[in-house]
Design a protein around this ligand. Structure first.
Ligand code: CO
Ligand code: CO
Length: 330
């Protein structure tokens, strides 16, 4: 960190944190319910199923994938925060089976309270991630805002016949999770105490590119990324969109080191509890409440949840028959 970065703890300027600062899922759906978006036959993925990005067919072999994501600081280090926010924004393209083509920055900065050299570090982090992803990064838009926020608007390209959608899950498919959970509780602890969690930062800055390509190579068609609504929230959305139910094998779900300790010591983001409240009517749980909190923990730049086996990643459950979108946790 630069000396200025060490003086300013970016997380202290955020009321929420990362994807945990998402609008709660139930509230968002009530707002969207009143909208009648313009749509035509070439809009392959629109708003109906709450998928990760919009997809529009350009011609028989190509579709454009469009998404945006931005949030408040999840870590104090501005460069790391930039990398995390960019990795997370690109993730929604990978979650659709696309490849990012070009992105622009979205930056909100309290310019009278935090030096702009820290904003430069945030943008440098975003640029470095875009470079690794092979995605062009152009300008963007910035505003003066008491709360810092950063992210990208990303345009990607996909094969319209080989998309990863959240509504194509089928009963009998195993569920694969490509990154460990625990990011929400660890980020919450970092914000409260300043302790650093390098493994969490490494996880949040790992692109979902390889996982997405591996899922496509395996011939799979159903996936979503696990971000602010947590594993249970995103799984519920996938089940509802696909008209199936699911079983989660809680013991098979991987966690980052320190996640259980953070939970035990009470470092739980408000968003994680809201996620659990939202899915609870659809849960049939045989596990302890603490386990459910971790399964619903709001992730920032989490992995892909894929219907089907992805080599090298753990199977954490399966899709089963049942149009009620019930999730049994065992
Ligand atoms: Co997503
Ligand atoms: Co997103």
């Amino acid at each position: 960190m630069t000396s200025a970065a060490a003086t300013y703890r970016l997380t202290q300027y955020a009321s929420g944190g990362g994807c945990a600062c998402k609008v709660p899922p139930g509230e968002l759906e009530r707002v969207l319910a009143g909208l009648t978006p313009a749509a035509g036959p070439d809009l392959l993925v629109g708003v109906e199923t709450g998928d990760d990005a919009a997809v529009v067919r350009l011609d028989s072999g190509r579709a454009v994938v469009l998404t945006t994501d931005f949030f408040t600081p999840v870590v104090d280090d501005p460069y790391d925060w930039g990398r995390i926010a960019a990795t997370n924004a690109l993730s929604d393209v990978y979650a659709m089976g696309g490849e990012p083509l070009v992105a622009v920055n979205l930056l909100a900065w309290p310019r009278e309270r935090v030096p702009f050299e820290l904003a430069a570090e945030v943008l440098r982090g975003g640029a470095d991630v875009a470079r690794v992803a092979g995605c062009h990064l152009a300008g963007g838009h910035s505003i003066d805002d008491p709360e810092p926020k950063y992210g990208l608007a990303v345009t990607g390209i996909a094969d319209p016949d080989r998309l990863l959608r959240n509504d194509s899950g089928r009963a009998g498919l195993p569920l694969t999770l490509t990154k460990p959970l625990g990011l929400g509780v660890l980020n919450n602890r970092h914000k409260a105490t300043g302790e650093a969690f390098p493994e969490a930062v490494a996880t949040m800055t790992t692109l979902n590119a390889d996982a997405s390509r591996a899922a496509l190579a395996a011939g799979l068609t159903c996936a979503t990324d696990v971000t602010g609504f947590g594993l249970l929230g995103h799984l519920y959305k996938l089940c509802r969109a696909s008209g199936v139910s699911a079983v989660v094998d809680a013991a098979a779900v991987p966690y980052l080191d320190g996640a259980r300790e953070a939970l035990a010591e009470g470092f739980v983001p408000g968003g994680s509890r809201r996620n659990l409240d939202w899915v609870r009517p659809h849960l049939a749980s045989e596990v302890a409440e603490d386990e459910l909190v971790l399964l619903a923990d709001a992730q920032t730049s989490g992995g892909l949840l894929v219907a089907g086996e992805v080599p090298g990643h753990p199977v954490v459950g399966e899709l089963v028959r049942g149009s009620e979108a019930t999730i049994a946790v065992r």
